[in-house]
Design a protein around this ligand. Structure first.
Ligand code: PMP
Ligand code: GLN
Length: 383
């Protein structure tokens, strides 16, 4: 039996969530919020179902949602996309990632990505028969920085695509303008397309602003930009995502998408369109809330004795468990649900070269305040 994707048989998120459920632990492993999104958006989805909007939507997504996606990018970043030819609705960001990689990467060609990398990138490259090359983030003081020398070396004539994720899962790093400029330069110099995963675009803290790679000189025409309703509107279960870029790149993604899923779920699409057009205030509140939750969990983890790296965005904060006497983050995370009743995820699950990341653990803070407080209490038992 040939099982090409054997290394991807299970995901770290599913494993840790299962452990959390079995042990009755608080799940700070898998990144999903425990409160609902905007009420008008939830009502719009119910109304769509009740009014009979239950058959296949158009292949590229309903026109209202494609137009709303284009409007949001024009409003927030002055990026203009034609909703007809330059926006495609996908089954979450996950399908946008897979369809883009399958649509653009020939077997044997290389895909450059930042390490640690979100697990779906590695799986998508394996599905396409491509080869992954990584560019590490390195610890510098209280944060992580991109290794720009490694970036220069990684991108060559063999590169088919570079995947850039900012705000970055799992580290919570927001790439600096200098990092983005360095990435843009190699893309332009080698004429390589970029795939940017910006699902946490609205979740950036401390007055940082999201700067899409597509807005840099020379990048609009060679970037596919991905986002999703999941993290913006607290609907990780709806699986509504999108990808925007120049027509020929979007057409390549659409060719793959047609045969992966054909279309996404219909009734959620008008609801997400409504939210994109009308819920900016909700999104701002959600960002401020999350920043406060980041502070709560960061303070708690520091009190326990972790070496915590500052999170600049996303749902996540990373902490080194060595000061507590744990060298192996995977063993630590496997024990944690049973020993103290909290689940977390080892960062080594997101890397090829695990040495620098071995004792690093990711915690999710997109949880109710009382849940964070209870987790903090339980974690104090580690002292
Ligand atoms: N990219 C990153 C960086 C993520 O953290 C996630 C998980 N939300 C996804 C993609 C997948 O997004 P979706 O749930 O919309 O498929
Ligand atoms: N993106 C979420 C995380 O990083 C979960 C995604 C998943 O379960 N595959 O935790």
């Amino acid at each position: 039996l040939v099982t090409r994707l054997k290394p991807f048989t299970s995901t770290i998120f599913a494993e840790m969530s299962q452990l959390a459920t079995e042990q009755g632990a608080i799940n700070l492993g898998q990144g999903f919020p425990d409160t609902d999104g905007p009420e008008a958006m939830l009502a719009a989805a119910q109304k769509a179902i009740a009014s009979g909007d239950n058959q296949y939507p158009p292949g590229p997504g309903i026109p209202e949602l494609r137009a709303a996606v284009a409007r949001q990018q024009a409003r927030d970043y002055h990026l203009d996309y034609d909703p007809q030819t330059e926006v495609l609705i996908t089954v979450g960001a996950t399908e946008a990632i897979s369809a883009a990689v399958v649509g653009l990467v020939e077997p044997g060609r290389e895909v450059v990505m930042i390490e640690p990398f979100y697990d779906a990138y590695a799986a998508a490259v394996a599905i396409a028969g491509g080869v992954r090359r990584t560019v590490p983030l390195r610890r510098e003081g209280d944060g992580f920085v991109l290794d720009r020398d490694a970036l220069q070396q990684a991108v060559t004539d063999h590169t088919a695509l570079i995947i850039v994720n900012t705000p970055h899962n799992p580290t919570g790093t927001v790439l600096t303008d200098n990092d983005l400029s360095a990435i843009a330069r190699v893309c332009v110099d080698h004429d390589v397309p970029a795939l940017t995963d910006e699902v946490y675009e609205h979740l950036v803290f401390d007055d940082r602003v999201q700067r899409p790679l597509a807005s840099l000189p020379g990048m609009r025409e060679r970037t596919l930009r991905i986002s999703s309703a999941a993290k913006t509107f607290n609907v990780t279960g709806w699986k509504v995502g999108w990808i925007s870029g120049p027509p020929q790149l979007v057409a390549a993604v659409r060719a793959a998408k047609q045969y992966l899923t054909y279309v996404g779920s219909g009734p959620f699409q008008p609801a997400v369109a409504l939210a994109l057009d009308t819920e900016d205030a909700w999104v701002h509140r959600s960002r401020a809330d999350l920043q406060r939750k980041r502070d709560l969990l960061t303070t708690a983890l520091r009190e326990v004795g972790f070496d915590v790296i500052s999170s600049e965005g996303t749902y996540f904060v990373c902490a080194d468990a060595r000061p507590l006497g744990y060298e192996d983050g995977t063993a630590f995370c496997l024990d944690l649900p049973r020993t103290v009743g909290v689940a977390a995820v080892p960062v080594s699950a997101f890397v090829d070269d695990s040495a620098p990341w071995k004792s690093m653990v990711r915690f999710a803070f997109a949880k109710r305040d009382d849940v964070i407080a209870e987790a903090a209490e339980r974690l104090l038992h580690l002292r």
